[in-house]
Ligand binder design. Structure first.
Ligand code: COA
Length: 415
């Protein structure tokens, strides 16, 4: 069976996490992704957080599956010529260098258009145009500047960043969508275009509901589903809401049996209005189903702390999985707090290809997250990340270089 992006060739200038996430997705959809790296070192993540001496780190291997690697010195004049040939033969150039680095290499948008007017040039930057456009940015900077940190954590503590890499991997996802959209538009216009995904914008897009709440707060002064209501105070900006649900159905994280010893013996419990009577039955508070102080969603809002404390008295008598089994029978929305150990061992995630075991010639077998997006006509086969420069000769031969020319380029230090 063919792949959705068969025939699309990507010149991949990405490094670290945000850009590699994007090009890995495109590779999983069938694009030929040629990763250009510095000879000798390559993508800095190859050696970051190493767990096995001299083997590419999990940081690198888990973000660069299904790609080919070529080493080219982009500052060497002959290396630049090789890049020009590659630009002419590729459809998309993806980069996440610090602002200005691509221009300094001599590959401005105008130059790339001269070489290949069909080329799509896609970039991740920390910020869009404005006062911070020249800044270098990493994940947590984006989480802070995009509104995630100020709205995460508990009200009596400092801002908190999330373990989910919404700045890097989140922006990589946004960029991938921009690229396939530009490829689609190119089928009609014949022209390439620039695609920009700024990390601050990507994080803010994922924090959309908090900008919603900012405007609600300005209009009404309180937000009744927040834990600050009714006894705490609201300031001028959206406060941190602890584990309150972001939507209209109140939820909280509750202890389960074994919580004293297991840091993840918790469940997320949602008091969804349509199943309120069932919740009352399950926890043994049948009278709450008809008591006017508890029977309606509005009446419950000022009593959420007391309600969740009562539900917790019930969840503490069950393990998180026992509680799940019981609550699911009654269609009560809930979810176990799963540790990474539990996820790594989850057989259903292995069956769907969301968790995959991959073999690597230097590090041996390791686990990775496969393609979370499943296409019925374009299945994903996860293959290992390339060794540094593994495909330099192969790719150069494909774009017309003879073995003698390749030897000369190597002697000149261009590759
Ligand atoms: N051959 C020769 N030189 C190369 C090269 C190659 N194959 N590939 C890259 N380089 C050079 C670049 O030209 C640049 O040189 P210059 O500064 O002299 O112009 C240099 O390597 C390093 O690029 P830079 O992007 O500045 O790396 P950095 O390690 O200093 O910064 C980031 C890293 C992530 C902070 C920065 O790239 C950035 O802000 N990127 C945009 C936002 C982003 O994606 N952040 C998330 C990362 S997960």
């Amino acid at each position: 069976m063919g792949k959705a992006l068969d025939g699309v060739r990507i010149l991949d200038f990405t490094h670290v996490q945000s850009g590699p996430t994007c090009t890995q997705l495109l590779a999983w959809f069938g694009a030929d992704v040629i990763k250009v790296e510095k000879a000798g070192t390559g993508d800095i993540t190859r050696e970051q957080l190493r767990d096995i001496p001299d083997a590419d780190s999990l940081y690198f291997t888990m973000l660069n599956h299904n790609k080919r690697s070529v080493t080219i010195d982009t500052k060497n004049p002959e290396g630049k010529q090789v890049l020009e040939t590659l630009i002419k033969s590729c459809d998309v150039l993806v980069e996440n260098f610090a602002p200005g680095a691509l221009d300094r290499m001599g590959f401005s948008w105008e130059r790339i258009q001269e070489l290949n007017p069909r080329m799509i040039v896609a970039s991740v930057k920390g910020f869009g145009p404005g006062p911070y456009e020249d800044c270098k940015v990493y994940e947590n900077v984006a989480q802070c500047a995009g509104g995630a940190a100020s709205t995460t954590g508990f009200d009596d503590g400092p801002p908190v960043v999330s373990g989910a890499q919404i700045g890097d991997s989140g922006t990589g996802l946004h960029l991938a969508l921009g690229i396939v959209t530009a490829l689609y538009q190119r089928t009609m216009t014949g022209r390439g275009q620039k695609v920009l995904a700024a990390m601050q914008d990507g994080v803010l897009n994922l924090c959309r509901v908090k900008l919603r709440d900012q405007q609600r707060l300005e209009r009404t002064g309180v937000m009744k589903e927040y834990p600050q209501y009714p006894n705490g105070t609201f300031g001028e900006a959206v406060p941190r809401a602890g584990n309150a649900s972001g939507g209209g159905q109140p939820g909280w994280i509750l202890k389960c049996k074994g919580w004293e010893a297991d840091p993840n013996a918790y469940i997320y419990f949602i008091t969804q209005a349509p199943v309120w009577a069932k919740i009352c039955n399950v926890i043994g508070k049948e009278e709450w189903a008809t008591d006017p102080d508890y029977a309606t969603a509005t009446a419950r809002l000022p009593r959420l702390k007391e309600i969740f404390a009562e539900i917790e008295r019930w969840t503490m008598t069950k393990t998180k999985f026992e509680a799940m089994d019981i609550l699911n029978k009654y269609d009560i929305p809930c979810g176990p707090i799963l540790s990474m150990k539990e996820i790594a061992e989850d057989q259903s995630l292995r069956k769907t290809g969301t968790i995959v075991e991959v073999d690597h010639p230097v590090r041996g077998k390791y686990l990775t997250v496969g393609n979370p997006i499943k296409l019925s006509d374009s299945p994903t086969d996860v293959t290992r990340s390339p060794l540094l420069g593994e495909h330099t000769d192969e790719v150069l031969a494909e774009i017309g270089y003879s073995p003698e020319q390749i030897d000369l380029l190597r002697t000149a230090g261009a590759i």
